[in-house]
Design a protein. Structure first.
Length: 749
């Protein structure tokens, strides 16, 4: 039904949302201004109604502070369908129509409260909150109500951040059920959809949960990570929806957290989070600061403006909780930090680097309170006020590509990272090219942002002339290029190192060029390296050309190298082996032999780069028939790096560099040729396309060769025939905050 929203001019303007907009989350953070207010008109009133105007009130009136310039922020709650949100300040009124369409087909963020077997079902509460006299802030019901409002604040902030970054108004949805509304003080008995909070009975008693050896803030704790493990195990025992197959993301509150005055220690508390791509991802936090959180949406401003000191009976977490509002900031913000880990965010910037500890209130209020911790006076917030409580751009891109954040209008995005490559064309100046199949979001060169377009202006290609870079940057220092793409992938490359590589080999008396690209980890140390090239064809002793029929991918704790086997029974190493190793055995307890059937091509190669100056740590290859084989050691800080032939190219060999002493592989690359182009026989006599390592190629006795080939065939046939997503191969791990073990996937040339 069509209808008019406002029939008279309004002094209200809205900065981050448009009238008639469709949203997909229950909580919407609206920012704007109202001009012409009197000095004593310091608040804006917000009321949500169903459409058309004048129909049922779906969320009661609540009041939000206004800055001295008329700027305001308000958390608006909407119901499924069309909503009219009424704003009033002094004599001024405005209405905003919003349509809320829940995305119930998307996986939610689950909320869970862990309680000990014999829990008293109470949380810490200071005298200022009527401790021991009232259960208003200390009961289980109060904790659940506070958890719901906190989760809505997380949702609204996240949606606002992604919207401002040009990624759409998207956020995780919250699991809901039919029940009694607890989000408003004046509508407690009204039934409807409410955020579901799972009550999980722990396998541990309260005493066991409050063991000081489990307390994360205990410097001598022997099992500081155990609370996370206990919580995760108890969720699995609880059952659906906490089953590994569903890959749930969970925010977990430990109800029995308590401050022990004698030990000066917060027990049954840990701020820990981890992302498990194969199972349950969990961020946990104690309830020891929940007393300061709002129970109802109407309480958000008062809780974030309350300068009352909590006192000595409750824990001063991280020595930052000198007032009620600061305790609220630390509790809600730190908990969201751990939820960020559960969604896969590492320690980056903003919220993931404790940016919430001072600026949480700035996200929700246009006027803030004095800090008892620092003595800093409160501020009047402006639209251009800078603060640290933000999501890092890389984290937002990571979120935007997860199913919990998906929007119906999303198009399928390539998961491949960008390429940074050297393009050399006859008669033209060489170019450094950044190219992607998604879109470029940010390019940083020499620690300076050189490309950061608006979403609608993004492209798939960016380039510099090589001579221009040489003229403007110091060749004696690394010139690092860092590229971030819309699929959340990041890749880095030292431009000078890229230029030092001979990127092609010209075949004499032809117009054919063989292209070379590699992943290089040699660094700038004094190690001596052996450079090698091995083609997938070679000249046999009788002068015939023989093709490769299998490859040994020799991976142990690091990459020993590879060996190419040929149909005449000979082999050539893709490395310089250790002097003490047998010529018949390169090494690697994870070694796999990959058969190369006739007519099948190698389509992609992945290696693990564990940092400059370290050997490569893994090798995996994909074939055009769908077979993939190899081992990747994905430790902390390691990157999966991909090598693929360019358009119209096919892999015809490998090249790289190995430590002359250890034989370990520090560089591994591919050699490609124009697809469908017959290479002249002379290619296989060129010194630069051979490994001149002076050991004889070993021809196995016939009986032994047959046994080896039978073993190889059984291994090959046992491999999965579909190309797997390497980012899903890892087990869950933790960073120094028990956070995400994030694998950086990147492709480099």
């Amino acid at each position: 039904m069509d209808y008019d929203i406002v029939s008279k001019p309004s002094m209200f303007t809205f900065d981050n949302i448009a009238d008639g907009e469709t949203v997909h989350q229950r909580a919407v953070l609206v920012t704007g201004s109202c001009q012409g207010l009197n000095a004593n008109e310091e608040t804006v009133k917000v009321l949500t109604k169903t459409c058309p105007p004048g129909h049922n009130i779906t969320f009661p009136e609540n009041v939000w502070p206004v800055s001295n310039e008329g700027y305001f922020k308000a958390l608006v709650l909407v119901s499924p369908g069309e909503n009219v949100v009424a704003f009033g300040a002094g004599a001024h009124e405005a209405e905003l129509r919003l349509t809320y369409i829940p995305l119930t087909q998307m996986p939610p963020l689950h909320l869970a409260v862990l309680v000990g077997q014999d829990s008293p079902l109470l949380v810490d509460c200071p005298p200022a909150k009527h401790a021991a006299l009232s259960s208003a802030h200390s009961s289980l019901d109060a904790a659940v109500a506070k958890f719901r409002v906190t989760a809505l604040m997380w949702q609204a902030l996240t949606a606002s951040e992604l919207h401002n970054a040009g990624l759409g108004r998207r956020a995780f949805r919250l699991e809901e059920e039919w029940g009694v509304n607890t989000l408003s003080r004046t509508a407690e008995e009204k039934m409807g959809l409410v955020i579901r909070v799972h009550l999980v009975k722990s396998s541990k008693t309260v005493k066991e949960l409050r063991d000081s050896q489990l307390a994360q803030q205990n410097p001598s704790a022997r099992r500081a990570n155990d609370l996370h493990t206990i919580f995760k195990q108890d969720l699995y025992k609880y059952g659906a929806p906490f089953v590994a197959e569903a890959k749930p993301i969970v925010a977990g509150l430990i109800l029995d957290a308590k401050y022990d005055i004698g030990q000066d220690l917060i027990l049954a508390h840990a701020a820990l989070g981890s992302h498990d791509p194969k199972g349950l991802s969990l961020g946990i936090f104690g309830s020891h600061l929940a007393y300061s959180w709002p129970r109802f949406v109407e309480e958000i401003p008062s809780c974030l403006l309350d300068t009352t000191r909590p006192g000595v009976t409750v824990g001063n977490d991280n020595n930052e909780c000198e007032s009620m509002w600061e305790a609220c900031t630390v509790g809600q913000g730190a908990f969201l930090h751990e939820v960020g880990h559960a969604f896969g965010a590492p320690h980056s910037t903003g919220i993931m680097m404790r940016g919430y500890s001072r600026d949480w209130a700035v996200c929700f209020l246009a006027r803030t309170a004095k800090s008892n911790k620092t003595g800093q006076q409160g501020m009047h917030v402006r639209p251009d006020t800078r603060h640290a409580c933000t999501w890092d751009l890389e984290d937002m891109l990571r979120f935007a590509n997860q199913p919990q954040f998906a929007l119906p209008q999303d198009e399928k995005v390539s998961r491949e990272p960008a390429e940074i490559k050297l393009e050399e064309e006859d008669g033209n100046e060489p170019l450094i090219v950044v190219a992607t199949t998604s879109s470029l979001v940010r390019i940083i060169l020499d620690q300076q942002v050189v490309y950061s377009p608006m979403p609608r202006e993004r492209t798939q290609r960016f380039s510099w002339k090589v001579d221009t870079l040489r003229a403007h940057y110091d060749r004696t220092k690394p010139l690092e290029c860092q590229v971030l793409t819309s699929n959340g992938k990041k890749v880095t490359q030292n431009i000078w190192q890229l230029l030092l590589q001979n990127s092609y080999v010209r075949i004499p008396d032809t117009n054919i060029k063989l292209l070379k690209k590699s992943i290089d980890a040699r660094g700038s140390g004094g190690t001596e390296f052996w450079s090698w090239t091995v083609m997938l064809k070679k000249r046999a002793r009788d002068g015939r050309l023989v093709a490769a029929n299998k490859i040994n991918l020799a991976v142990g704790c690091i990459l020993d190298g590879a060996e190419v086997y040929y149909k005449d029974g000979t082999k050539v190493p893709c490395s310089k082996r250790c002097p003490h190793e047998s010529e018949e055995y390169m090494g690697g307890h994870q070694a796999r032999r990959l058969a190369l059937p006739k007519g099948v091509e190698i389509t992609k190669v992945a290696v693990i780069k564990a940092g400059e100056g370290n050997p490569l740590a893994g090798l995996r290859m994909w074939l055009s028939n769908g077979v993939a084989m190899g081992a990747l050691n994905k430790d902390h800080g390691a990157e999966v790096r991909y090598l693929k032939p360019g358009e119209g190219q096919v892999i015809v060999g490998f090249h790289g560099s190995s430590d002359k002493g250890s034989g370990y592989c520090y560089e591994f690359g591919i050699v490609t040729a124009p697809k469908g182009r017959q290479l002249p026989d002379s290619v296989y006599d060129m010194p630069e396309l051979k490994n001149e390592y002076k050991t004889r190629s070993v021809r196995q006795p016939m009986a032994k060769r047959r046994k080896i080939e039978a073993d190889q065939q059984s291994v090959t046939e046992g491999e999965e025939s579909e190309e797997e997503d390497i980012s899903q191969d890892e087990d869950t791990g933790y960073d120094d905050d028990f956070g995400t073990e994030s694998e950086s996937e990147s492709e480099s040339e």
